[in-house]
Every structure is written in C-alpha cells, then in structure tokens.
Design a protein around this ligand. Structure first.
Ligand SMILES: C[S@@+](CC[C@H](N)C(=O)[O-])C[C@H]1O[C@@H](n2cnc3c(N)ncnc32)[C@H](O)[C@@H]1O
Length: 221
C-alpha cells in the first residue's frame, strides 16, 4: 500500500499541468491578489477552488454559503459551478477585498448569483438563521478568521440541510496544529475544532491533506 506522496514543487507543477483548469480570468484575479500584502497566504489554492466547484456539482448544491470572501477567487469558482437559479451568499468583514473581486464576477457573468454581505460573520450568520432559516443551504465553505472557527462550524451545521456539506479550510493550519509549542489563539482554535470534528456524531468527515488541509463534514440525515 502506498503511503502519502510528498508533494515537491516539481510534482505540484506536474499535477497542475494535467489537472488544473484555470482560465485567463481566474489567473488574472489570482495574480492580482498575490501582489496584495498577505494575498498569497490568504487566497485559496487554484486547485482547491476547482475542487469546490466539483463538490458543488457532486452535491447538486443550489444554495451555497461562503464565510470569508477576500478577493473572491473561491466565490467566482463556486458561482460558476452553480446551476441556473443557484445562489451563493458570501460574507466578509471588509468591503475592501471583495471590491477587488467584484469586477471579475461581472466579467464572468455570475455577479447576479452572488449575494455579498459585509460585516462580522457572526452577525451575518445570525441574520441568515433568522431570515433564511436553518437548513437553508446545501453547502457551506468556512474560510474566515480562525478564532471564529468553532462558532462558524456550529452555525454552518445549523444552516446546512441534512445531507449537505460543510467544507472547512486550513485545518492543517500551516502545520502548526501538530506543533506542541504552537499555542497562539488561531492554532488553538483550529486544533479545538479538529478535536471536536473527530468525535462529532452529527457528521461524516474526511480531512483532505491537500493545500492547507480541507475538512469535509457531511451533516447526517
Ligand atoms: C483566508 S481569507 C478568505 C479567502 C477566500 N476564500 C479566497 O478564496 O480567496 C479570510 C477572509 O476572512 C475575512 N474575515 C476575517 N475576520 C472576519 C469576520 N469576523 N467576519 C467576516 N469575515 C472575516 C478577512 O477579511 C478575509 O478576507
């Protein structure tokens, strides 16, 4: 049985050459974001965004929620994967970064599917629970501040329908989760959520050790 294959830069280049479908518009947004301070670390890897699009199609998701828009690369990939009549609500605490992505959403012709909410995600999620109701979403992507992860997970689990999917980014948190000396609040928050997920009977889970770790949690029926 094969063990985990180490992903060298050369192997990542190869994987991209055979499996990454990033068109010119996405590459432009990616390159523009990478030039922002901290942009390279904040934005999703292109293959992860492509994977989210595939997940949307696999789940048959029509109603998607994203927590953490940034410049909207993941938003764009997910919006493109939606069926006619689909909708993605995406939220960020700042309008600065989504303002960079919005023209790309327009150029892709998917801006009409995207409902951007600016404000603290905790407030946005509370509003969604009040106005849209629990179980209103088919898929939720969690990718905002790590200190809020536990709260976002609980809210996401309420907002996703039974059989729906919660995808959580950065669950390996740059490897810090496995470093006993790392005790900063963000690392502790991700570790705490990972521990909870392992034993959470409400969901089926898988931790994909790609990119910075993506945990998929399917809400049980
Ligand atoms: C890792 S980035 C999201 C990356 C994005 N999904 C992408 O693919 O490019 C995290 C985002 O969460 C936002 N954020 C941080 N704290 C937040 C909060 N309390 N409520 C809502 N958004 C928050 C940040 O402004 C930042 O844009």
């Amino acid at each position: 049985m094969a063990d985990q294959t180490t992903l060298s830069p050369a192997l990542l280049d190869y994987a991209r050459s055979v499996a990454l479908r990033e068109d010119g518009l996405l590459r432009e947004l990616h390159d523009m974001t990478a030039q922002l301070p901290g942009g390279r670390a904040m934005q999703i890897m292109p293959e992860e965004a492509q994977f989210l699009g595939l997940l949307i199609r696999l789940v048959g998701a029509r109603r998607v929620l994203e927590i953490g828009t940034f410049t909207g690369y993941s938003t764009l990939c997910m919006a493109r994967a939606l069926p006619a009549g689909g909708r993605i609500v995406t939220c960020d605490i700042s309008d600065k970064w989504p303002g960079i992505g919005a023209p790309f959403w327009q150029r892709a012709g998917v801006d009409g599917l995207i409902d951007l909410r600016i404000g603290d995600a905790a407030r946005t999620l509370a509003e969604l629970r009040e106005h849209d109701g629990d179980g209103a979403f088919d898929l939720v992507f969690v990718d905002a501040d790590k200190a809020g992860y536990l709260h976002y997970y609980e809210q996401a689990l309420a907002l996703v329908r039974p059989g729906g999917l919660v995808a959580i980014d950065n669950t390996l948190f740059f490897g810090r989760v496995a470093d006993p000396a790392a005790d900063d609040p963000d690392t502790v928050a991700v570790r705490t959520l990972n521990d909870l997920l392992r034993d959470d009977e409400r969901v089926d889970i898988a931790l994909l050790t790609v990119a910075d770790g993506i945990t998929l949690a399917r809400r049980r029926e």
